[in-house]
Design a protein around this ligand. Structure first.
Ligand code: FES
Length: 611
């Protein structure tokens, strides 16, 4: 006997069995609640209002909700269970809004030599003197004894061969003919490169005869319903039916993006003969339906490291029925094909001087080295910079403060010019740096209280230092400037989270430097990749000590380099060979097993004394 859960203000309803979580009912109704901790009850971000019809408050909810919130009927969607028909209100602040998504990237100059090729065949028509089989006729015309023909392609052949007087196009993938098309269609060859991120999926449609990008489309990865980070996804994959659910949801997202891309370009899905995908190792495994559970436990081995080529239809991706999927190789359980893409697009193969690439997404991946030797590592750095575990933290969506400038007062810019409802990662870095410069934050990470504001701090700035339940805080937006009931604050606890996150990234960088015997002055360039990397301000990243103290002109933004890597391996098989070599040769350092990591981490938690 199922019960009805109606979600307001949409009025959407879902029917679930009594005992189901409100979160599960929301997912079923198509409402995506923000669940940064993956439903473990630790982030407190999945607040919803439920009047009745649910299980009594549990201890986790009592810990995460204030007395006032409890009185208003707030519950945690990941804890409250539905017992009878009920109505649930999901406030804006608990929703997973579409993020501002970064789709552009700085692909290097791309060579064009795709795995999928189209070749024109002009064969003589069959006669009584020339009774060769259709397949021999086309293979002879192609001069390709080494070629094989798929059975399905052979089934198409008699019709395609005779439609235009034995003039037809063979579609090859490597040494395999996968399709025939009547007449000359050689200038119509398309593929799509995907960056399957933990949070965002981006697809780029390429014309494979020129390498030009024709359209880009993106969506939030619908797997976010099962948690923001890879650990939450792996844990769901281990539940009954979880792996299938996660795979189906990301494949559905890929297919939606394909629909949008082909509609934009006036094509059909059948015109796409190959797609390539990059992603971290967990996203890679979930796309292929591979069990990622061992990635989460020591010694964290992936199921597959090498690049994989398989019929796209085998995983449910709807392109040409015999189109192929190529997945970028991984390096290790926590450094995946997305990092290989960053290395490829950042052209490490031609770098003689030490270069550091940093990609801060939900995880932080770092690579340091030259063409001779590359060392990589990964840290769970992202949650704070993506808004999780920060009291008013949110992703870079409408209503997020994204930029903060300090002067006589603070000036903030809010995404979408809307009233503020929180702050995203770049504002977190700006504010922390601004507070350090103003003397309102000590290098230990202690935020000063209202009575300790140093002399000389402008009065309007000083008035923003407040004392709230739980410690000192800084007001970023006053109540009247927000869409909330109160101000947007940066609290002492938030600063501790910044210290943990930036400490982990910086300690990872220090371990890489130690491994290679490289000093700060030796680093010729720092390449900041990924969404967060593109929105932070270099001076502020240096001020808080996220990056080593190197000249700010040596820090470069390289855009969505992982996606650029996916385009490169789609456009040219030479890059696939290079990607395979990177995956084979790049070394991976397991930070947890490095005795020096803890030491660097403790040091890196502190903020630099000065610029
Ligand atoms: S507390 Fe519910 S998702 Fe984090």
């Amino acid at each position: 006997m199922s019960v009805r859960v109606t979600f307001e203000p949409e009025g959407k309803a879902a029917f679930v069995l009594p005992g189901s979580l409100v979160l599960e009912a929301a997912a079923r109704a198509g409402i995506i609640v923000d669940t940064p901790c993956g439903g473990r009850g630790t982030c407190g971000k999945c607040r919803v209002i439920v009047r009745d019809g649910c299980s009594p408050l549990n201890d986790t909810e009592r810990e995460r909700l204030t007395e006032a919130e409890i009185a208003e009927g707030f519950r945690l969607a990941c804890q409250a269970k539905v017992e009878s028909d009920t109505i649930v209100t999901v406030p804006d602040t608990s929703r997973f809004f579409e993020q501002r998504i970064l789709t552009a990237g700085e692909g290097a100059r791309i060579c064009v030599n795709p795995a999928v090729r189209k070749r024109l065949i002009e064969a003589p028509e069959p006669t009584l003197d020339d009774q060769r089989a259709d397949t021999d006729r086309v293979l002879d015309a192609l001069g390709g004894d080494a070629l094989t023909i798929d059975l399905e392609a052979a089934r198409q052949l008699p019709t395609a061969l005779r439609a235009d007087g034995c003039r037809l196009t063979a579609v090859t993938h490597g040494d395999n003919i996968i399709a025939f098309e009547p007449a000359d269609t050689t200038d119509h060859c398309f593929g799509v490169a995907f960056d399957v991120g933990t949070t965002t999926v981006v697809g780029s449609l390429l014309d494979l005869s020129t390498g030009h990008e024709m359209a880009v489309a993106s969506r939030t990865n619908p797997q976010v319903s099962w948690g923001d980070d890879v650990i939450a996804r792996i844990s769901h994959a281990g539940s009954d039916g979880g792996l299938g659910e996660l795979q189906a949801s990301v494949v559905g997202c890929v297919n939606e993006i394909l629909d949008e891309l082909v509609a934009h370009a006036g094509l059909t899905r059948e015109a796409i003969y190959e797609i390539t995908c990059v992603g971290n190792t967990t996203m890679h495994h979930l796309l292929l339906g591979l069990d990622p559970s061992h990635v989460a436990v020591i010694p964290f081995p992936p199921v597959v490291r090498r690049g994989v080529v398989l019929p796209a239809a085998d995983v449910g991706i709807a392109i040409h029925p015999r189109g192929r999927l190529y997945t970028m190789p991984n390096i290790a359980g926590y450094v995946g094909g997305d990092t290989v893409g960053v290395i490829l697009a950042s052209n490490f193969a031609e770098r003689d001087e030490p270069t550091l690439a940093v990609d801060i997404g939900t995880n932080g991946e770092m690579v340091l080295g030259t063409r001779e030797r590359l060392v990589s590592c990964s840290t769970a750095a992202g949650p704070a910079f993506e808004g999780a575990r920060i009291q008013f933290g949110m992703r870079a969506a409408e209503g997020a403060i994204e930029q903060v400038r300090f002067g006589e007062d603070v000036a903030v810019s809010v995404i979408g010019d809307a009233p503020a409802r929180g702050l995203c990662g770049s504002a977190l870095v700006d504010t922390t740096a601004g507070l350090l410069r103003a003397g309102l934050l000590e290098p230990t990470g202690r935020l000063v209280g209202p009575s300790e504001v140093p002399e000389g701090v402008p009065e309007r700035l000083a008035r923003r230092v407040v004392d709230v339940e739980g410690g000192n805080a800084f007001v970023l937006a006053h109540a009247e400037e927000t869409s909330l009931d109160g101000p947007v604050l940066l609290t002492q606890r938030d600063i501790r989270q910044v210290q943990l996150a930036k400490g982990a990234v910086r300690a990872g960088i220090e371990v890489l430097k130690a491994e290679l015997g490289v000093g700060d002055d030796d680093i010729a360039a720092v390449l900041l990749a990924g969404g967060f990397g593109n929105f932070i301000r270099r001076r502020n990243a240096l001020r808080i000590g996220l990056l080593p103290p190197i000249e700010h002109s040596r820090i470069h933004f390289v855009g969505n380099a992982a996606a650029a890597g996916a385009k490169m391996v789609l456009a040219c098989t030479d890059y696939r060979e290079r990607a395979e070599a990177i995956s084979r040769e790049a070394e991976y350092l397991e930070l947890g097993a490095r005795p020096d990591f803890q030491m660097h981490f403790a040091e890196a938690m502190m903020f630099p004394e000065d610029e």
